[in-house]
Design a protein around this ligand. Structure first.
Ligand SMILES: Cc1cc2nc3c(=O)[nH]c(=O)nc-3n(C[C@H](O)[C@H](O)[C@H](O)COP(=O)(O)OP(=O)(O)OC[C@H]3O[C@@H](n4cnc5c(N)ncnc54)[C@H](O)[C@@H]3O)c2cc1C
Ligand code: SF4
Length: 335
């Protein structure tokens, strides 16, 4: 590990102060628990002169479950979310996803905002400065080529690997943002732009969030959907502390023997968390092998197979597929 460069830390105590600090220091980065950002700074991937630490803003540190809505402030620690009684009972997919992130010490430090805005990852990027220099920098930092796909025409396929996003996506979550122009709310799905289209019409692994200049995530909110069963599962290389090879969130509703509603979202596979399109067509009948094969087709079409991690891309897509089949079947049987 390299020595940390010098930087100044600002500690605003209100959201307005944080927005003002961001406007005053356009090169600053927001700091949640620092469990990802500080690693990147130490690796020389970035060197922000100013860090705006978000933990002293009390209004960002609450979890509310009133009126069948889960509202989680951006500076809530992952461990608080994972252990919250109402979240465990009524939003199990969120609690399970939070509990699966990294290891216990990271969850004590890491925050919801940091996880939702987590930088994308790639084996050619999450390396030390000397490693990246020796192997030639790629276009996510200062280089001009992609090692994963040399003919990518300027597109980066680095992978979004945060575990919370898919869990919130299957609950149709929204995200609250505050910036110099005031507050706005987006469907969480629209926060992520990493579709990686080669015509340049979308974001990619470098530009993966739709945050405007100076904007801050203040909260994520999801509605409780009566009758839904939900859960999260992931495969990782080291079970005790690891990013997902692939992660899947599922929420479904069963009425007698009929699958009435099905939502699935993935992480660890594309430069964005992927809410699976087309699951409505799988509903309306029993959950049989024909439905599961149709699910396989949707996964094959929408989950990328780029080799951005140590595991081969096609293996990772297969893992995503198996996880989804397994979790959908398990929840349907238990409903
Ligand atoms: C060994 C190891 C294993 C890990 N395993 C996992 C894993 O399994 N799953 C997983 O999801 N993550 C994993 N992580 C990454 C990290 O620990 C978590 O994602 C954590 O939730 C990040 O939160 P943080 O508060 O520490 O983020 P930080 O590192 O503080 O910030 C991350 C990013 O979010 C931005 N940010 C922070 N707060 C806000 C805000 N309010 N608004 C806008 N932007 C903001 C920061 O500027 C930065 O770009 C792992 C990390 C390590 C070191
Ligand atoms: S996908 Fe390509 S450009 Fe993006 S981080 Fe990996 S090697 Fe770099």
């Amino acid at each position: 590990m390299d020595v940390l460069p010098d930087f100044t830390i600002l500690r605003p105590t209100t959201i307005d102060e944080a927005v003002a600090a961001r406007t005053q220091h356009p090169d600053a980065r927001l700091l949640g628990g620092g469990t990802d950002l500080v690693v990147n700074i130490r690796r020389g991937i970035e060197a922000p002169p100013v860090l705006i630490e978000m933990m002293a803003i009390d209004s960002l540190r609450s979890i509310s479950t009133a009126d069948d809505e889960l509202a989680v402030g951006a500076s809530v620690r992952l461990s608080e979310l994972a252990d919250h009684e109402d979240v465990l009972s009524n939003y199990p997919v969120v609690a399970q996803a939070a509990h699966s992130i990294a290891g216990p010490t990271h969850r004590e430090m890491g925050t919801v905002g940091g996880n939702i805005c987590l930088d994308t990852r790639c084996i050619f990027y999450n390396q030390s400065e000397w490693w990246r220099t020796a192997n030639r920098h790629c276009l996510k930092t200062t280089g001009d080529m992609c090692h994963v796909a040399p003919k990518s025409r300027g597109v980066c396929f680095a992978t979004f690997s945060g575990d919370l996003a898919p869990a919130f996506l299957v609950l149709d979550a929204e995200v609250d943002l505050m910036g110099p122009e005031g507050m706005r709310t987006l469907p969480l799905k629209e926060l992520y732009t990493g579709y990686a289209k080669q015509d340049g019409s979308t974001g990619d692994g470098r530009n993966y969030l739709s945050l405007r200049a100076g904007e801050i995530v203040t909260a994520v909110r999801a509605k409780r959907i009566p009758g839904h069963k939900s859960a999260y599962d992931k495969i990782r290389i080291r079970r005790s502390i690891e990013y997902p090879v692939a992660g899947v969130a599922v929420a479904l509703r069963r009425d007698e023997s009929i699958l009435k509603d099905l939502r699935i979202a993935f992480t660890g596979t594309n430069p964005r968390p992927v809410p699976l399109d087309g699951t409505d067509a799988l509903c309306g009948g029993a959950l049989d092998e024909t439905v599961l094969e149709a699910l396989d087709d949707l996964v094959r079409d929408q989950v990328m197979a780029m080799k951005t991690t140590f595991t081969p891309g096609h293996y990772r897509r297969r893992v995503a597929n198996v996880l989804a089949r397994r979790l959908v079947t398990h929840l349907f049987d238990a409903a």
